[in-house]
Design a protein around this ligand. Sequence first.
Ligand code: NAD
Length: 242
Amino acid sequence: MKEKYNNILILTGAGISAESGLATFRSENGLWNNHRVEDVATIEAYHKNPDYVHDFYNNMKPELWNARPNNAHLAITKLQQEYPAEVHIITQNIDTLHEKAKSKNVHHIHGQINQAVCLHCGKVIETWGDVSSETVCESCGVMGMMKPNIVFFGEDLLCMNKVEELLRKADLFLSVGTSGVVFPAASFVQTAKYYGADTVEFNLEATSNNFYFDRHIMGKAGETLPKFVEDLLNQVHYKSSL
Ligand code: NAD
């Protein structure tokens, strides 16, 4: 580990929001909030039965609206505010807890629960209200083409040009609460390592692609990440006081 970093990149997954009470993606029986992933998170499922998919995300909105950021989200904000480096977040989470924690530079590669995109004209709207196959696009006026702005299996990730740039630039890459099985996010650590970043994983357990991490910090992110951030801040403050 270096004494000082200039470009810190943090990849977050469902595990960072677990201590805010939000369920992670796949439970042991392959269900997400009691639904088969194939029925609610694939583009085929959306085309086959859009209202079933809309209902799933509409029903999720109140819980995500009410969720509060936990100490792990807040530790990232503190790092952004107090560490003299550029700090970016790439999140796979569709919740908006990084924004609620007042973090900046948040890149949502899997979309956001509070957005819908028009498949006819590409307009993205922000809404915590319900979206359905009867919703009319406020930009092009076409009905029935609004899709939750969630990246489903079978679709391209969002903001990938920015992600590539950040992965090349990072000198410290942190992965927090992600299982490392959902690609391509699972391969980001490999790219960051290739371009020379120190890499640290925060998880409850060892993950399947742990080969590329220099350090594994096991435990709840709400406990381990604040401590790690304090150590980074102490190190840089100590150095600047010499
Ligand atoms: P995942 O559910 O596959 O894995 C979560 C990981 O977090 C696991 O490895 C688990 O061991 C770890 N974890 C659980 N609690 C933790 C804690 N307190 N501290 C540290 N680690 C903890 O999640 P993923 O890798 O992010 O992939 C799932 C996909 O599901 C993402 O693409 C995301 O879009 C979506 N998703 C999002 C949310 C959300 O927005 N909060 C919730 C569920 C699923």
